[in-house]
Design a protein around this ligand. Structure first.
Ligand code: A3P
Length: 284
């Protein structure tokens, strides 16, 4: 059980992260025009998106996603291993990151690099991250969902407040090099989402290639695939068996929140997200 590593006001997991690398990643890393960044608050569907983008690149051929772990295909910028991999990588890079807006490398904002940002119902994120993190050594053990619920609303969870992450990153949503997706739409109409990603990245898929992208990025295929299901994560990070591909559904929070918790969450959501147009959040 670990406490957080605090960096510039944000709690990071204490394993796999370090202050020096965070300093380099946030303040010195140079994003290149040809990079594509998968940016999310944790548990929003990051690994699903990476799988889709990798398969789009190979036109549906699953060889790459079945032979190289997800963290090597799209290294995690702010982690110690990911940062070291990225700085030595040639050519157009796929980069994953959960960094909040104010910590993301400033070089991005004057570049033509593309960012794909996924939003997801924060209630489902809360449940997903509770079940994910309590099996790891990455965070303090919350002991119960009720405790994790309190921490989540206070932003006392890995990468800080969901509300702050979303509010800040959504300020980019009208930019040409920023694509906003939602987990809910990815579930409801996977093909349309893949088409949006293709348009954004300037790629084109034939119908049979599209079918292969859908097939090999499906929940079932990713759950079976050791390169995408996190089964290769070392034992010292996992305490109790770690499942990335847990349920893969929308609305699971309804099975876990009490009526009182649902009411509290609604109130906080309405207060904090009041400035955004209705319709931006497909789950509301
Ligand atoms: P659940 O815990 O609700 O099942 P991240 O990759 O950002 O850590 O997000 C993990 C969440 O995305 C998990 O949610 C996981 O099941 C879901 N997910 C991953 N791949 C998926 C897929 N192919 N289809 C649907 N959901 C997927």
């Amino acid at each position: 059980m670990s406490d957080y590593l605090w960096f510039e006001g944000i709690p990071f997991p204490a394993i796999g992260y370090g202050k020096e690398i965070l300093q380099e990643a946030c303040h010195k890393f140079v994003i290149r025009d040809e990079d594509t960044v998968m940016l999310t608050y944790p548990k929003s569907g990051t690994n699903w998106l990476v799988q889709m983008v990798c398969l789009i690149q190979t036109k549906g051929n699953p060889k790459w996603v079945q032979s190289v772990p997800v963290w090597d295909r799209s290294p995690w910028l702010e982690t110690e291993v990911g940062y070291k991999t990225l700085i030595n990588k040639e050519g157009p890079r796929l980069i994953s990151s959960h960094l909040p807006f104010h910590l993301f490398p400033k070089s991005f904002f004057s570049s033509k690099a593309k960012v794909i940002y996924i939003i997801r119902n924060p209630r489902d994120i809360l449940v997903s991250s509770y079940f994910f993190f309590y099996k790891t050594n990455l965070v303090k053990n919350p002991e119960s969902l009720g405790t994790y619920f309190e921490w989540f609303l206070k932003g006392n969870v890995p990468y800080g407040s969901w509300f702050e992450h979303i509010c800040a990153w959504l300020s980019m949503r009208e930019r040409d090099n920023f694509l906003l997706l939602s987990y809910e739409d990815m579930k409801k109409d996977t093909k349309s989402t893949i088409m949006k990603i293709c348009d954004f990245l300037g790629k084109k898929l034939e119908p049979d290639e599209m079918d292969m992208v859908v097939k090999h990025s499906s929940f079932e295929a990713m759950k079976e695939n050791n390169m995408s299901n996190f089964s290769l994560i070392p034992e010292d990070v996992i305490t109790n068996g770690l499942v990335l591909l847990r349920k893969g559904t929308t609305g699971d929070w309804k099975n876990h929140f009490t009526v009182a918790q649902a009411e509290v969450f609604d109130k906080v959501f309405q207060e904090k997200m009041a400035g955004f147009p209705t319709g931006l959040f497909p789950w509301e």
